[in-house]
Design a binder for this molecule. Structure first.
Ligand SMILES: *Cc1c(COP(=O)(O)O)cnc(C)c1O
Length: 347
């Protein structure tokens, strides 16, 4: 039987309809700016999120790199959370390629960066210090939706101090769908509301939206012009990339509202695992579930992920397991995952 792969929402296969859209896409050379499918995607995502322009890039990592290097010069710094992808999981790219120094801050339990901490991290204009230039936030962060009121407060404060603002919205649409469910509104309107608070936003098509490859950076025409130059330097100027852009456009048309199903499956998984002794389950906001091993259950941690794999369930973690739901998981798969975890803890 095929494994239930809960390691990440990046593992999805393009659906038959998405593949058909890719095969049918008109193509050109995007470095010359004449791939119609790339141009259509860029216009669509920019309009959806309320920006002048957008740039299609191969990965979210490159998108965040293009953003930081477009906002900052050598010797500038960006304020960022310790657990954010754009600080912790991108090989230090902003420092390596841009000589831009990160100023990491600890997160509050809800995933936010305290505005007082941001204030304290901003350096005065003094030759001792790097120039504080950018505030970078992430939503969702580890599956948590940052409150809209917080995003408003933090971005307003940053702007009042002369900082630009960037959102790593790899899972922006998961945040938007959860927020829409909470206040009875529309996911696309919520995405636009969140994005509208920032000078630039990066979104991933290759996560819950189910496209095979690709991200977009959105911003002003001027910022995206700078980002295009950086994308080229980073080796991200692709040619007939319209096939990939078509998959992303298909995802925007068909796979946003359905993220609610992934969130419901994460809750189903949480409820199933909560019944197993020794597991502390964090109630999921969206499609990412963290489960801590407590007490004697911790002794099972070594080899647990391998034992689960032998049961046909793939997850990551050691004392803190991570399960991510997505397009290629259904309720039966979630129930199999619960049964597999139970058998590991009973066996
Ligand atoms: C996945 C992810 C990225 C980018 O990842 P790539 O693998 O480079 O596409 C950036 N930020 C966050 C929060 C992510 O989850």
């Amino acid at each position: 039987m095929k494994a239930i792969d809960l390691r990440s929402d990046t593992v999805t296969q393009p659906t038959a309809d998405m593949r058909a859209a890719m095969m049918a896409s008109p193509l050109g050379d995007d470095v010359f700016g004449d791939d119609p499918s790339v141009n259509a995607l860029q216009e669509k995502i920019a309009a959806m999120l309320g920006f002048e322009a957008a740039l299609f890039v191969p990965t979210g990592t490159q998108s965040n790199l293009c953003a930081v290097l477009s906002h900052c010069q050598r010797g500038d710094e960006y304020i960022v959370g310790q657990m954010q992808h754009a600080y912790r999981w991108e090989g230090g790219g902003a420092a390596v390629f841009g000589s831009v120094q990160p100023q990491p801050l600890d997160h509050q339990p809800d995933g936010t960066l305290a505005v007082a901490d941001i204030a304290a991290a901003i350096k005065p204009d003094d030759p001792h210090f790097a120039r504080s230039r950018l505030l970078s936030l992430e939503n969702t962060l580890g599956g948590k939706v940052l409150p809209l009121a917080y995003l408003q407060e933090a971005t307003t404060f940053a702007r009042s101090k002369g900082l630009s603002t960037h959102l790593d919205g790899a899972r922006l649409f998961n945040a938007a769908v959860a927020q829409a469910a909470a206040n009875g509104s529309d996911a696309r309107a919520e995405a636009r509301r969140i994005a509208g608070l920032f000078d630039s936003v990066s979104v991933c098509f290759s996560k819950g939206l189910g496209a095979p490859i690709g991200s977009a950076l959105c911003g002003s025409r001027e910022l995206i012009g700078r980002a295009r130059r950086i994308r080229k330097m980073a080796g991200g100027g692709m040619r007939q990339s319209g096939m990939l852009a078509a998959a992303a456009t298909f995802a925007l048309d068909h796979h946003i509202e359905r993220l609610a199903q992934d969130h419901a499956l994460a809750r189903r998984l949480a409820e199933g695992l909560a019944g197993i002794e020794g597991l502390r389950v964090e109630p999921p906001h969206t499609n990412i579930l963290f489960v801590d091993l407590t007490g004697p259950a911790r002794e099972k941690s070594a080899g647990l992920v391998d034992a689960l794999a032998r049961e046909g369930v793939l997850a990551t973690g050691l004392y803190r397991l991570r399960f991510v739901t997505h397009l290629d998981v259904d309720a039966a798969g979630v129930d199999r995952a619960v049964a597999a975890v139970r058998s590991c803890f009973q066996g």
